[in-house]
Ligand binder design. Structure first.
Ligand code: ZN
Ligand code: ZN
Length: 341
């Protein structure tokens, strides 16, 4: 079996990988598809995210779906059933877990974040509690997209959009586009998006944005006032926080979802203070899989049209390089370790 190993920044290689021994309560999953996430790309470009650093060749991949390799009667699954996986295992016992904030658990074990190797490989062990049953007929790539969709649902839960409220959304990568769709499903009003890449603006318009611009000032002008009452930021830029502040009207709310390159934000303090903004940071997700599954199976969100590229595992290093280079047309890449879907 092979895996995609990240050795250090800009050094990803496919090499043989020995499956470790089984831990109690785990089951073997044959990986059907794994998404390349913006956070994986940060590991690739920076060799880490904040204090989470790559210190040995590490297997990325936390958005994935696969087939169970044995009957799992406790879950009502037969060998070969397709399942999704929630990569989060919160401790369940710390004060944050007990208060219901499992997404903030400092002892979380997260498949695909150091030191827990991820799913860019043929098979891996997954604790039974993290196996998510999906409805008959859901495809592997849809099952993969439940994870980033969960991130979007959590962000919109934090944002609490009001019915028909005007919103500015910064950044139309996969998570930004999913946030756009969840906002639409939540009864939001006009959503104006700001995104530098033309093909991503086109996708945002297709998925229901009222209008899209590369210019923050143009988007602010479209609100008809001095900014939007709600701004959601999902960029990878150090300027994301500044732009979110400048896009918000007096008394507005800001939710920051993106991870900035270099792990530092710029903040125009007086602009934020004079507006009296309420700013929230979004971190992963809580128990959102049931709603993510409902949204996809009821057809309330389209998770497939943003999948722009598909790769076999041997070509995964090229997928990372293309995303790092912002190659034309890239939105979301899927990697298929056991052959293309
Ligand atoms: Zn992710
Ligand atoms: Zn905990």
């Amino acid at each position: 079996m092979e895996a995609l190993f990240l050795h250090k920044a800009f050094d990803a290689r496919v090499a043989p990988f020995n499956l470790r021994g089984r831990h109690e309560g785990e089951h073997l999953i044959k990986v059907a598809a794994v998404g390349l996430c913006g956070s994986d790309l940060h590991y690739y470009k920076d060799g880490g995210i904040g204090a989470a650093k790559i210190t040995r060749p590490f297997v990325l991949g936390h958005e994935f779906a696969g087939w169970v390799e044995e009957d799992l009667p406790a879950l009502g699954l037969k060998r070969g059933s397709l399942v999704a996986v929630d990569p989060n295992k919160a401790c369940g016992q710390c004060p944050h877990c007990e208060a219901g904030f499992e997404n903030l658990c400092p002892k979380v074990e997260f498949i695909g974040a150091p030191p827990f190797d991820g799913a860019m490989t043929g098979h891996l062990w997954v604790p039974e509690s993290q196996i998510v049953c999906i409805p008959e007929g859901m495809s592997a790539v849809e099952a993969v997209m439940l994870e980033p969709l969960g991130v979007a649902i959590h962000a919109v839960d934090l944002a609490k959009p009001r019915l028909l409220e005007t919103i500015i959304l910064l950044g139309c990568g996969p998570v930004g586009l999913l946030i756009l769709e969840v906002l639409k499903a939540s009864g939001a009003g006009d959503i104006f998006v700001v995104e530098p890449l033309e093909h991503r603006r086109a996708m945002a318009l297709k998925l229901g944005a009222r209008n899209a611009s590369a210019s923050l000032h143009e988007a602010v002008a479209w609100t008809g006032t001095s900014g939007a009452p709600l701004v959601i930021e999902a960029t990878n830029s150090a300027d994301g926080m500044r732009d979110a502040v400048l896009a918000a009207r007096i008394g507005g709310r800001v939710v920051l979802v993106g991870i900035p390159d270099g792990d530092i934000y710029t903040l125009p303090a007086a602009e934020a203070r004079r507006r009296g903004l309420k700013i929230k940071f979004s971190r992963r997700m809580g128990h959102v899989y049931p709603r993510a599954i409902e949204l996809v199976s009821r057809g309330l969100v389209d998770v497939k049209s943003m999948i722009s590229h598909r790769f076999e595992l041997k070509d995964a290093p090229r997928a990372f390089q293309l995303h790092a280079d912002n190659a034309p047309g890239m939105i979301k890449s899927m990697i298929f370790p056991n052959g293309r879907e």
